[in-house]
Design a binder for this molecule. Structure first.
Ligand code: SF4
Ligand code: SF4
Length: 350
């Protein structure tokens, strides 16, 4: 039997570096009023070729994405400031013809470099794979059902073909399917996605749609969020799939929170992750409103600005209890809760 492309390798020791660095950063941040963010999350374009019902961003129609040089300057500064990882996302990041250059600039700083894509351009703009440690590609169901969710015919086929391409041409890049759990799919469809990931030897991360937190001005965002009871039912089954050996990377800490139908935790995510919109504004995560710009200012100066410090420290009072990204796991790590640390360590070694 051939070796899994997800098996432990020397390269993957970076995960430990990030996990240990993450825990140290949390301790450092907790001991100081000044946050020491670790994750650099950069929207490189607001444009997208899909039209998902639950998209928070598609109401943004301005065409003011930062230039190549502006983004490269930010990435260099983030690396110098000690951010451990960087995720480039959108919109659809592969719409940018300079995306490989941006990934290379991120990787050069030593940050663990990730990209989140809808997968349409995986084979037509593929060079990024040479400079990227990890790719998230969206796949919510198999076949027409996924095309319907993304409102783009043929996208499921292009995702699958693109995954095969990068398995060959980007052998060092870890490939994750990112599957959104929403009212638009049922467990049988989710299981088909898990089976596909297992069959083609790639990893799977579930994100939970929270579209009823959409912005007031985002009139075209449809509420596709599942009720807590339904989510619980689905995650009990997803947890079972993980135990059966499907390549699911969500932590047990995350799944148990949803299964217990909890609806509050003290969030530390903005103290750990800096999220920058494509025009250079940092966004407050709880209302996605811009509050400070990094476009014409050194990042070092911005993260020492009292406006930044106060805004991110206020997040502990946020009641939104996001489970759609790593906010929950990161907040568990922040509090040094053993179940969160254990779950994340299990992910790191498997
Ligand atoms: S693929 Fe992502 S950015 Fe594009 S419309 Fe869908 S949710 Fe929005
Ligand atoms: S729960 Fe955390 S990540 Fe979500 S909006 Fe509130 S502060 Fe931001």
């Amino acid at each position: 039997m051939s070796k899994s492309r997800n098996a432990m390798t020397f390269e993957r020791l970076k995960y430990y570096r990030n996990l240990i660095g993450g825990a140290m950063g949390c301790i450092q941040s907790r001991l100081s009023k000044n946050p020491k963010p670790l994750c650099f999350s950069l929207m490189v374009t607001a444009k997208c070729n899909c039209d998902c019902d639950f998209c928070f961003w598609k109401h943004k129609k301005e065409n003011n994405d930062m230039s190549t040089d502006e983004i490269k300057r930010l990435l260099k500064e983030a690396g110098e400031l000690g951010y451990l990882d960087c995720i480039l996302w959108g919109g659809e990041p592969l719409l940018r013809q300079d995306i490989a250059e941006l990934c290379a600039a991120s990787k050069k700083t030593g940050m663990y470099t990730k990209i989140a894509t809808n997968g349409w351009f995986l084979e037509t703009n593929p060079e990024f794979g040479k400079h990227t440690d990890l790719m998230f590609v969206s796949l919510d169901a198999i076949g027409q059902a996924h095309d319907d969710i993304r409102h783009l015919n043929g996208i499921c086929d292009r995702v699958m073909s693109g995954v095969e391409y990068h398995k060959i041409h980007s052998p060092k890049m870890r490939i994750y399917v990112c599957c959104t759990v929403s009212a638009q799919t049922d467990f049988e469809q989710i299981k088909e996605v898990a089976q596909y990931c297992k069959d083609v030897d790639i990893l799977l991360y579930f994100t939970v749609n929270k579209s009823n937190q959409s912005l007031e001005e985002a009139k075209n965002v449809k509420d596709t969020e599942l009720e807590a009871d339904k989510l619980k039912e689905i995650f009990i089954k997803i947890k079972e799939l993980k135990k059966q050996g499907y390549p699911i990377r969500n932590s047990y800490y995350f799944m148990d929170y949803i299964i217990a139908k909890k609806n509050y935790y003290e969030c530390a995510w903005p103290r750990l992750a800096t999220v920058i919109y494509s025009d250079g504004n940092m966004l407050r995560c709880y209302d996605r409103k811009p509050f400070i710009s990094v476009k014409d200012r050194p990042l070092k100066e911005v993260i020492k600005d009292p406006l930044f410090i106060n805004t991110v420290n206020e997040c502990k009072d946020c009641k939104l209890a996001c489970v759609g990204n790593y906010a929950l796991d990161a907040s568990g790590l922040w509090k040094l809760e053993w179940p969160a640390i254990k779950s994340l360590m299990q992910i790191a070694i498997t």
